[in-house]
Design a protein around this ligand. Structure first.
Ligand code: SR1
Ligand code: MG
Length: 409
């Protein structure tokens, strides 16, 4: 009888046996190596490879609680959501996600293409690398996976069935708490606030009542706008990249929500990379070069999203009323406003909340880190409060540059 007929959390040794027994890619005699390589907050990720043939795969398994904190007890069903969404994303945005080889509902694990020739984008950006294809690829990924899953394009009963089938209450709750609530009040007593800026956080985040009202409005938009099948966690740690290729991974937070949640996450995480390079690059020429590239990546991501959205909308719109002149522009405007708000919410929560980003926490100089954090918080606040005025890529970049200048004055 197989050891894998009831669920348990695997070790590297178990994973070798599992791969030999369950995956046709390896023969039962294969000599396999394995390493746990996960650096995310939730799951275990094993790379399994056979030296002799050069074959390799990734096996990702979900545990009953999050790695980052045992506060989060989670259903292991999230691996099913992830595997199903990866397959769907592969159909909607071919070449921009890893191939799924197998999903195992008993062991709650998913076996997929090994992307070891790619690097995690956050790490690469912290090494000040540039990726000329990024804006082109990520805008295609977002427009295709988002617009094509809306009521604008889909038959409405099918879309409602999809809303039902992709309901994801546990992971949505994490976002509702960590993104839309705790950074503004620390009611979970688990914010990670960098001590030198604690008074700043108190004044700018915990005591700004006008901000709280805007965040509350955004929270209810996130919970109630079943607009598109969103990735739900599209940060630079969810992107594998090379200069020639972009692959989006980890869609376990996917559900029907507002499109701006994905676009805003991308913008905020480029903002973190910008702040990392601004703080870490001593050489003025190199710093300017990297910041210019990051600014153009933000600008092009937004502008290409708008351009491709407009093009795809005209080709794929099926709803009669969505063809009304002016509706597309109104709809896109609301997505850009949500994008700005989420760029702000993500900038703030990764700075002061439970799940921080290395781009900021790895800045060793206290003064420089404090400055970077203040820029993230203040850009974040203005993205949220002024969200209706962001209409193109330049608007997003200009805010970042303006706030950075003010802090550095
Ligand atoms: C408890 S999980 C913390 C964060 O990690 C994930 O990547 C999501 O961003 C989540 O908010
Ligand atoms: Mg993840």
């Amino acid at each position: 009888m197989s050891r894998f007929e009831s669920y348990f959390l695997m070790t590297v040794t178990d994973v070798v046996d599992y791969a030999k027994e369950k995956l046709t890619i390896f023969s039962p005699e294969a000599v396999l190596q394995t390493k746990e390589i996960g650096d995310g907050n939730l799951n275990y990720v094993f790379r399994v490879w056979e030296e002799a043939t050069g074959k390799s795969v990734i096996i990702k398994q979900a545990g009953h609680e999050a790695r980052i904190s045992s506060d989060f007890k989670l259903s292991t069903d999230r691996t099913r959501i992830e595997a199903e969404i990866l397959v769907k994303h592969g159909l909607l945005a071919p070449g921009l996600v890893p191939e799924v080889y197998m999903f195992d509902s008993v062991m709650s694990c998913c076996c997929m293409e090994d992307l070891s020739d790619h690097v995690i984008m956050r790490t690469a950006l912290m090494n000040h690398e540039k990726f000329p294809r990024f804006a082109e690829d990520i805008s295609t990924f977002m427009v295709n996976t988002l617009l094509l899953t809306t009521d604008v394009c889909m038959e409405h009963k099918e879309k409602k069935a999809a809303v039902k089938s992709y309901i994801n209450p546990q992971l949505c709750e994490i976002t509702e708490d960590l993104v839309y609530t705790e950074p503004y009040n620390d009611i979970g007593s688990r914010n990670n606030v960098f001590t030198p800026i604690a008074p700043f956080v108190k004044k700018e985040l915990y005591e700004d009542r006008a901000l709280h009202l805007e965040v509350a409005k955004c929270k209810f938009e996130f919970m109630n706008n079943t607009q598109a099948l969103i990735h739900g966690d599209l940060h630079t740690g969810s992107i594998f990249i090379t200069p020639e290729s972009t692959k989006v991974i980890d869609p376990e937070f996917a559900f029907y929500g507002p499109m701006g949640y994905d676009v805003g996450n991308v913008i905020a995480n480029l903002n973190f990379a910008w702040n990392h390079s601004a703080a870490m690059l001593e050489d003025e020429g190199k710093r300017k070069d990297q910041l210019d590239w990051l600014e153009s990546a933000i600008e092009e991501t937004v502008d290409l999203f708008i351009e491709k959205f407009n093009r795809l909308y005209d080709v794929h719109v099926t709803d009669h009323m969505a063809k009304t002149p002016g509706f597309k522009e109104w709809y896109l405007d609301s997505i850009l406003s949500d994008t700005a708000a989420v760029a702000g919410l993500e900038s703030i929560r990764r700075t002061v909340g439970l799940a921080n980003v290395k781009d900021i926490t790895s800045i060793p100089d206290e003064t420089k880190r404090a400055k970077a954090e203040k820029i993230c918080i203040l850009t974040g606040k203005r993205f949220i409060k002024e969200r209706s005025r962001f209409k193109n890529g330049k608007d997003f970049v200009n805010l970042l540059k303006t706030v950075a200048q003010e802090i550095n004055r």
